[in-house]
Design a protein around this ligand. Sequence first.
Ligand code: CP
Ligand code: NVA
Length: 302
Amino acid sequence: MRHLLTGFEFNQDEYLDILDTAAAMKREPEKFAEVLKGRSGAIMFEKPSLRTRTTFELAFYRLGGHGVYLDLQNGELGKRETIGDYARNLCRWVDCLVGRVFAQKTLEELACYGSVPVINALSDLYHPAQAMADYMTVREHLGRLKGVKLAYVGDGNNVTNSLFVAGATLGVNVTCFCPLGCGPDVQVFTKASELARKNGCTLAVENDPALLKDFDVIYTDTWVSMGDNTPLEAVKKKYMPYQINQELLQRSGAQIVMHCLPAHRNYEITDEVMDGPKSVVFDEAENRLHIHMSVLSKLIKA
Ligand code: CP
Ligand code: NVA
């Protein structure tokens, strides 16, 4: 049994297989209509979602299965009963657990006590299926992944960590540009950097936005992630030099602009860029569906 908890679980061939299957599902969805016939999953969310919730529910439906949405926004997992008991109940009914949680350790606990695959739909540390959909989108637009240079600009967060992990696995060079002290998780970065060395690419963290030159892809995310109640206005000054606006985009040389969404328009990205010709943000959003279908089909065994 395999889980998708961090993104480190899969090697390059497996990542490419997930991306290829997602592309095939996008081209000819009808061919996959019965892949999960009679199978089901619990979709548990401690935090809000538009894209991830919708696309996981639809992914089950499009594969002939059923996803049961469990709203945990009014009570974190482990409050009403232990996480172990929660997992042991659900595993008597469903074939997979999809979880969006505050703490990565909640997912690890579900995987430890449960007997079905657990999929991370975002935690404090990772957003692995997001990164898969993102690299699928990069490949669609640039025709390749190996050797591509991606600049992530803004706050080093769960999305950054997952872009590092998946990028290192797929041979993509990823640099995070962020204010001092706002970098990605050091342990994740160190482990992903080892992987990058093996796969012939490099990962880096920089503070100076003036170094943003000669990239193929530029990517950003919110400056304040879910669970952090700091008002955006309070961090604006610190992050403004990292805003993706027309000038920064031009200087970066990037052919495409990415954002996992939801966007805070005219904070981390300007309207002009988000609605401009290089923006592929809604392709990324669409590809969430195809990647989730692919991942579910790989992890839930017939
Ligand atoms: N990108 C993403 O995960 O969006 P949601 O928070 O709307 O699911
Ligand atoms: N870093 C963001 C991603 C949202 C999809 C957050 O965790 O809120």
